[in-house]
Design a protein around this ligand. Structure first.
Ligand SMILES: [Zn+2]
Length: 238
């Protein structure tokens, strides 16, 4: 089974780059990372996250985790920042050309450009720690510039974060030969005691999440909702 390492940049006491609006890079990278995780898991892949919430995780701990877990590839998520407010492009970084990381970057980068409409900063090379210290092929995505006020206001929205997660998923899916789109598993079932069961009933069409993308696993069902779900099972049995 393919195992993917997702590395939401920064976190905890390290906010990453901060927008004039107060938006922090660490919150954007985590939201996109959790969205990407849902999609990859929905496609049946195993995911290792360097963090799933507010946590201080050093760069070496991140790399060591991915190496210990023997992930097949790593996607590190960041948002760029510049001294000017006008810098505006999306880019994917690799350590060096010629390997699998470059192929992954070539799969992801056009999806990011298509999804955001931001100028194409292309595939770039950089000697970033996470690219250098992971055994698996690794790419680092700089999802626009938080120093650009228009970009920052987009990055604050759930819609843009989901669209970035979907774009990276589509790129990885193309690289791995997976379906280009999968039903998103609601984020609020992650870690729930019944997560596996909820995934199966969603996949089978017996229950569904709410339009806002949540499942609200602890919300009581009415007798009518229970009857509707049982009726869908009856229909399957016929
Ligand atoms: Zn960063």
């Amino acid at each position: 089974m393919t195992k993917i390492g997702i590395d939401p940049g920064h976190g905890g006491s390290d906010p990453g780059a901060v927008a004039a609006s107060g938006l922090q890079e660490k919150d954007v990278t985590l939201a996109v990372g959790l969205d990407l995780r849902s999609r990859l898991q929905g496609a049946g892949l195993e995911v290792v996250m360097s963090r799933t919430g507010e946590a201080d995780v050093s760069l070496s701990d991140r790399a060591q985790l991915f190496n210990r877990e023997q992930v097949d590839l790593v996607v590190s998520l960041h948002v760029n920042s510049a001294d000017t407010t006008t810098a505006n492009y999306v880019s994917t970084f690799i350590l060096a050309p010629g390997g699998q990381a470059e192929k992954i970057a070539h799969a992801i980068q056009p999806e990011l450009v298509a999804a955001t409409g931001w100028p194409d900063g292309g595939i770039r090379e950089a000697n970033f720690f996470i690219l250098r210290q992971t055994d698996a092929p690794a790419v680092l995505v700089e999802m626009g510039f938080i120093s650009n006020p228009a970009t920052a206001s987009l990055l604050a929205t759930a819609a843009t974060r989901q669209s970035l997660g979907r774009a990276i998923y589509k790129g990885l899916a193309a690289y791995l030969g997976l379906p280009p789109d999968v039903p998103v598993v609601p984020a609020d079932i992650q870690g729930n005691w019944a997560e596996a069961a909820i995934r199966r009933v969603i996949a089978a069409g017996i229950m569904a999440g709410y339009p806002d993308g949540s499942f609200r696993p602890d919300q009581p069902a009415t007798r009518a909702e229970l009857a509707a779900a049982l009726d869908r099972i009856l229909a399957r049995l016929k």
